[in-house]
Design a protein. Structure first.
Length: 582
């Protein structure tokens, strides 16, 4: 063996076996073939190693060179991440596209972060201060809304010798320690290793998304994990994108994993143009996109999840609320399956590797709210929302089942709802939020003391509707008592007026929690008032024919400033109508 050089013995799709690899180590970054394709060692036996290659292996031949780098596959961290669009191994996509057209040239060696750009570094330490891993050395205004904290890297500690304010690139020294250690704003972190956190703390606040069915019925906690399983075309991508736009997170990491290129291109084109409804600033000022579409190499898709998570944890460590959106974790699982089969591992259920569940578990495990290494008084969080694409919409398949065990919030998308164009097509009968009880105090204090009771009532009405519609199916509408017909009308108000929400409507796409409270209490007022009218002997037919019903259903389209007046007049109109009828 000369200078860390091995040779190719076998090529099987993304898995390349190399000989003469004595001394190599797991996860070592290698350069394979004459084009120097990027790869990572994933198995070692004697002096042979199996390398997962992150680029198209077409044209690799036996006997070709395998260069060992002695480094781990790492994510580069530092100012300049926000607003970037990366592939699965953190190569900037627009830069690559600029250089080589629309495709990524194989073996392309590009810098993950801009080396020329200067950032204004403001020190947070002074000579004589003692620093340790995780402590903040200084800050950089990365975007108008993100202050990037430059943290002491892992394994570094000592007494500060110099720390000066000034404009620096990410490779310039910003702080020196006694003894000569120079620290830059750029760090590297092994893509396979979760960034540590101190103890996790209980999840007590929701991550508001502006989506009524989510925030009201099935909230996700800040630091929680949710899955969105749904068949073809049921609205997974739109829901992920809507959350990327409106969630009250500080940082959004959007991982487009194995989805169709044109769909991802839509996202890539759309998001950079959008502004944040909360601040009016461009959304990219808090967003990082990682794109590995179905036509890109399968191994890089496998890595994309880890690249995204590492960046998420890095911002968590600055104390931010980070949300990771992954679309779709099924395509990631398929990448695992393909690589596993190339390695000739013993397959588990439906050909997925036997470690599928533990890999998925390890991914969702990384969600959480935690105290931070080096700054135990501060907290940060990572919330994960993963789409799952079960073939044929069958939730009993392995990826959905394994994900289900990890996630505390489950938004099950329903083909029938999507078919009726009821979006988001979250089926309220099968979905759940296990964290709801832990969040109820937050809702009581911040939204309304009655919130819990209101939500309970909504669930009860929808449940009752389900039972009644079974009856109607068998014996017809005429068999129902008036009180039951009124109940069905109430359920319709909740379903169509409240739960249904258009991601495309300028007013309706985002609904603040205050507005949710206003709308929900209005609908429940009508549910009660209709029942009372029926008790006073007014027929269900008359009640249901209330002329304001359509306006009531369209409450969501009413601009905020007209909402109060509109609700007031609808209530009065209904009272008058009932009086007349009675
Ligand atoms: N919240 C929504 N509001 C309005 N329309 C929606 C909404 N969600 C989905 N749709 C409609 O449904 C279509 C399909 O949605 P989407 O692409 O998100 O499905 P998907 O589950 O990601 O599909 P695939 O399985 O192909 O990835 C969208 O193009 C849009 O027309
Ligand atoms: Mg999709």
């Amino acid at each position: 063996m000369t200078g860390g050089l091995g040779r190719i013995i076998k090529v099987s799709g993304p898995a390349v076996t190399a000989g003469d690899m004595l001394g190599c180590f797991m996860s070592e970054l290698t350069r394979v073939g004459d084009n120097r394709l990027m790869g990572e060692i994933i198995r070692i036996e004697g002096d042979t190693a199996v390398i997962q290659v992150y680029e198209d292996t077409l044209g690799l031949s036996v006997g070709g060179p395998v260069e060992r780098t002695g480094e781990l596959l790492a994510v580069e961290l530092g100012p300049g991440l926000i607003g970037s669009i990366y592939d699965g191994i953190q190569r900037p996509l627009p830069t690559l596209a600029d250089k080589w057209g629309d495709f990524i040239q194989r073996g392309a060696d590009v810098k993950r972060l801009d080396r020329e750009r200067k950032w204004k570094f403001i020190p947070a330490v002074k000579p004589g201060d003692r620093v340790e891993w995780g402590m903040v050395l200084g800050t950089v205004q990365e975007t108008p809304r993100v202050v990037h904290k430059i943290m002491t890297p892992k394994g570094v500690s000592g007494i500060v010798e110099t720390a000066v304010e000034g404009d620096f690139t990410i490779t310039d020294t910003v702080v020196t320690l006694e003894g000569g250690r120079a620290i830059t704003m750029r760090q590297k972190w092994n893509v396979r290793e979760p960034r540590p956190r101190l103890d996790r703390i209980p999840l007590t606040e929701p991550l508001l998304t502006g989506q009524r069915v989510v925030d009201t019925l099935f909230p996700i906690a800040e630091g929680g994990a949710a899955i969105i399983p749904g068949g073809f075309g049921s609205g997974k991508t739109v829901l992920e994108q809507t959350i990327a736009k409106y969630a009250q997170a500080d940082i959004i990491i959007y991982i487009g994993c194995g989805e169709r290129g044109n769909e991802m291109a839509d996202t890539l084109n759309q998001l950079p143009k959008l502004t944040d409804p909360h601040t009016g600033r461009p959304l990219m000022e808090r967003t990082i996109l990682i794109a590995n579409t179905s036509n890109m190499p399968v191994a890089a898709r496998e890595a994309s999840i880890y690249t995204g998570m590492t960046i998420a944890e890095y911002y968590r460590d600055m104390g931010y609320k980070v949300t990771v959106l992954a679309d779709s974790t099924s395509r990631w699982a398929e990448a695992l399956r393909e690589i596993s089969s190339r390695l000739e591992e013993i397959p588990g259920e439906e050909g997925y590797p036997t470690y599928l569940a533990s890999r998925l578990g390890a991914f969702y495990e990384r969600a959480g709210r935690a105290r931070l290494v080096g700054r135990p008084d501060e907290t940060g969080s990572v919330t994960i929302i993963g789409a799952v694409s079960p073939p044929g919409g069958d939730f009993s398949e392995p990826v959905t089942q394994a994900s289900l065990r990890m996630a505390s919030t489950f938004w099950g998308l329903d083909y029938d709802l999507a078919h009726q164009r009821h979006f988001p097509a979250i089926n309220w009968l099968i979905s759940f939020s296990l964290t709801y009880p832990a969040l109820s105090a937050w809702y009581a204090v911040n939204v309304s003391p009655d919130w819990g009771a209101m939500v309970k009532k909504v669930h009860a009405i929808l449940q009752k509707e389900e039972e009644l519609s079974e009856v109607v199916k068998i014996v017809g509408m005429d068999s129902l008592e008036d009180r039951e017909r009124i109940m069905l009308e109430g359920a319709r108000l909740l379903r169509e007026g409240y739960l249904r929400q258009s991601a495309a409507h300028p007013t309706d796409a985002f609904c603040s929690i205050k507005r949710q409270e206003k709308m929900l209490s209005t609908y429940l007022f009508f549910v009660d008032s209709m029942a009372q009218a029926a008790e006073r002997g007014i027929s269900a037919e008359t009640i249901i024919r209330f002329p304001g019903m359509e306006t009531l259903l369209r409450l969501k389209e009413t601009p905020e400033e007209d909402m109060g007046a509109k609700i007031e007049s609808l209530r009065n109109e209904f009272n008058l109508y009932v009086e007349k009828a009675g």
